[in-house]
Ligand binder design. Structure first.
Ligand code: GLN
Ligand code: ZN
Length: 769
């Protein structure tokens, strides 16, 4: 075949949710029964059409395959699973006679239904995005079960575009899968590669038939050492997969993209494979020391898809030019899909203009790619003005007031070992027992209660100045009072205030700390229809005034039960914000930790005896390369300890980690030295218990017994069995009973019913032990 030209500038993907979260709204309307499947399809098609037009107007070509066709209703990994017919057995009845699954069925796999638990969700590489884990077993009947991607390419053609379809590659797909429930011991999804490949081959042929010239296969698993399969096997699977796909007779040209890090020893494998283009993440990875790409196109990911800084455009061009010096054909691209960034800085009228000049969201990054492409095609001089403007903005940023604050830096410079250590656990445990008098298997929640329309409305009215601060505080206090009464009535042991005043667990702190800015429309997909609005951490961080102390002391004044103060930890604040890239993360983390340390001291002084510092993102920021992990764990654990080590022994420090694959980071979690750690465990069916059993973890642990990611109410029997599973592996004195995570996304009816079941189950187990 003659290889079609690869566009000189492209992006690996673009936000799917819409500038005004149109997709979220449409999908949720469909779930609520307010619109039909056809209406949802129409809304999605409109969004895809708008995206293509937008990308063309920003400088990508309409017909040169530079625009990725990378839409998803919920998740790209679920899309791949549904495309190849990998539907978990418990959802088999959703598959029609012809092997396909409709939209409603697709969402059911994602969200569960009745007794059927949804597919497990876990983080996508080192990002804050979560994908659905495919379940593969010997029984999985691979077949081409969806023509959605094919139809989307055809839809683009009708609109006058030739786009580049994007799908998760076969190796990554299987490496991210887990063995299905009935799979025999020792079975690994990768064992099914040879059965899966013909389906990909069939898909490639179908894409060619509708006019696709290039297809993008995303293989980020190749950059990750955290994958549990032996590296040599990953490499041989990759070689086999692309030898086979490369041999498909009528296929599009193959662009294999490897975002999120360097390919290392997988690069020679791809270089030797019969594919036509390789995507390198040059932001995370750097230029490979040896390149033998032959006549393949090297797609240099030099524009950071993970962050929102305008960055050093001249340096990005230098990188592309040195890549080209290897003799290869080079194209400019983003390092990852842009779906980790919001749509458009121009959509942020309230941001400080100077800050705006330092930023690039997805649309601006597309513009940067277009600029770099022009430089590659027409020479560096042709974009001199753009390069100079970017360099000037960068220089302005590094010298701007607030980016460096002398007092913050002086305090950080004076820290010693002692500031990071709380002392002996046995002493603490005894002091806490005396101070708190908790029953066996103490019950608590993770912090938030359902965020009702009323709460959101009051917060919005206050933000707009429609009600006074006094009225706002009164409304929130009414809510707190209701939540306290509810918890007392249900019988929980350690109460929370419910977090009604928080729009988001990170943004709330960002709004109350110096060094951060918050956006209006900067939404980023977190999973499914869920979006977050990361704050921008642009300067040195400090706490101008106490943040949570008033709310927590008010709550404690309402009850004789202990109230848990609720803070977000330094690592999570960093992970869920867009962070400055001009100093080591470790330094930024310690600045945040010191601000939290002051808050914790104030909470303690106000009589709050239990303080939870949430670190759900600890695992999330873990570098993909093993060599980088110890240094990360060192500073991340250190920042948590710096935040929490100032308290008296009798003050109980909790931490919470959602989704944490406990096994991987158990030593680090142990080193956090929290008195109690709560984690996700219901959805993953107490898999963590084995990890804990094998470890020396000796402090309090609350493996979740209620999966809050689904509206399902767990039965008393189900919760009882989960608690018993925990007790079979962990000593009773260590075990706490709690949900998997906060309740803010749930409704009250299911929450109250579920918590009642949790308490009934706890009482039943307490009576037995
Ligand atoms: N305390 C937070 C809440 O309950 C924790 C949320 C989280 O872990 N993501 O909402
Ligand atoms: Zn959580």
């Amino acid at each position: 075949m003659t290889t079609p030209a690869f566009p000189t500038g492209t992006i690996l993907g673009y936000p799917r949710i819409g500038r005004r979260r149109e997709l979220k709204k449409a999908v949720e309307a469909f779930w609520a029964g307010r619109i039909t499947a056809d209406e949802l399809e129409t809304a999605a098609a409109e969004l895809r059409a708008a995206t293509r037009e937008r990308l063309a107007s920003l400088g990508l070509g309409r017909t040169d395959s530079s625009i990725p066709e990378a839409f998803s209703y919920y998740d790209q990994v679920l899309d791949a699973a549904v495309t190849v017919g990998a539907v978990p057995t418990r959802f088999a009845d959703l598959v029609a006679a012809d092997g396909t699954i409709d939209l409603a069925g697709y969402f059911t796999i994602a969200r569960g239904e009745g007794d059927r638990v949804p597919a497990e969700m876990t983080k996508w590489f080192d990002s804050n995005y979560h994908y659905l884990v495919p379940e593969i077993g010997p029984e999985t009947d691979f077949h081409l079960a969806s023509d959605r991607l094919v139809r989307e390419v055809a839809e683009a053609t009708v609109a006058g575009f030739r786009t580049r379809p994007v799908i998760v590659g076969p190796v990554t797909f299987l490496l991210l899968s887990k063995p299905s429930e009935g799979a025999p011991e020792g079975f690994r999804p990768l064992d099914r590669l040879d059965d899966l490949l013909p389906v990909y081959a069939e898909l490639l042929a179908a894409l060619t038939a509708v006019g696709a010239e290039w297809v993008q296969l995303d293989e980020p698993a190749l950059v990750s050492e955290s994958i549990e399969v032996d590296r040599a096997e990953v490499l041989s699977a990759t070689a086999r997969a692309y030898a086979l796909l490369g041999a498909v007779p009528a296929r599009p040209a193959l662009f294999v993209a490897a975002p999120y890090g360097s390919l290392d020893d997988a690069l020679p494998v791809l270089e030797a494979a019969p594919i036509e283009a390789i995507g390198l993440d040059l932001v995370r990875g750097g230029i490979p020391s040896e390149l033998n790409a032959g006549d393949k196109v090297l797609v240099g990911g030099v524009i950071d898809g993970h962050n929102i800084w305008r960055g050093d455009l001249a340096k990005a061009l230098d990188t592309l030019e040195s890549l080209r010096a290897s003799g290869a054909t080079v194209a400019a691209s983003t390092s990852t899909s842009l779906f980790h960034t919001p749509h458009d800085v121009a959509d942020e009228p309230l941001l400080d203009a100077r800050l705006v000049s330092w930023l690039a969201f997805a649309d601006q990054k597309v513009g940067q790619v277009a600029t770099l492409a022009r430089a590659l095609d027409e020479g560096r001089e042709s974009v001199a003005a753009e390069l100079d403007a970017a360099s000037a903005a960068l220089a302005d940023r590094l010298a701007a007031p607030g980016v460096r604050d002398g007092a913050v830096r002086a305090r950080a410079a004076e820290l010693t070992e002692a500031d990071f250590s709380r002392g002996d656990y046995a002493t603490r445990a005894a002091a806490q027992e005396e101070a708190l008098h908790l029953p066996a298997l103490p019950t608590t929640t993770i912090g938030s209660f359902p965020q009702t329309g009323d709460i959101r409305r009051e917060r919005a009215r206050f933000a707009k100045g429609e009600i006074t601060e006094g009225e706002y505080v009164g409304a929130m206090q009414d809510e707190i009072k209701r939540v306290v009464e509810l918890q007392e009535e249900i019988g929980l042991d350690v109460l929370v205030h419910g977090e009604p005043e928080r729009n988001d667990m990170v943004q709330y702190f960002a709004e109350n700390l110096d060094g951060f800015a918050v956006t209006q429309n900067g939404w980023v997909q977190s999973y499914g229809s869920r979006c977050t609005r990361p704050s921008i951490l642009w300067g040195d961080v400090s706490r101008p005034a106490p943040i949570t102390v008033g709310w927590s002391s008010y709550t404690q004044s309402l009850t004789s039960k202990p109230v848990k103060g609720m803070l977000t930890g330094p690592v999570t604040i960093l992970a869920w914000s867009f962070v400055r890239d001009d100093q080591p993360l470790a330094d930024t983390a310690n600045q945040v930790a010191l601000a939290l340390r002051d808050e914790i001291a104030d909470l303690e002084a106000a009589g709050i005896g239990i303080i939870q510092v949430d670190e759900p993102a600890l695992r999330e920021l873990l570098p993909l390369k093993k060599a980088d992990q110890p240094a990360y764990l060192d500073w991340s654990v250190g920042s948590f300890r710096l935040a929490t080590a100032g308290v008296a022994p009798k003050t109980q420090i909790h931490t919470h980690l959602c989704y944490s694959e406990f096994g991987v980071v158990i030593d680090a979690i142990d080193k956090l030295d929290a008195d109690v750690t709560s984690i996700e465990a219901a959805r993953s069916k107490m898999e963590v218990v084995d990890d804990i059993k094998r470890s020396a973890f000796g402090r309090g642990i609350g493996p979740g017994v209620y999966d809050i990611h689904s509206p399902r109410v767990p039965s008393v029997a189900e919760v009882t069995s989960l608690i018993e599973t925990a007790l079979a592996g962990i000593p009773e004195r260590q075990v706490w009973v709690n949900p998997d995570c906060g309740l803010k996304t749930r409704g009250y009816t299911e929450t109250v019913e579920s918590l009642r079941n949790v308490l009934a189950a706890t009482r039943a187990v307490r009576a037995k032990v």
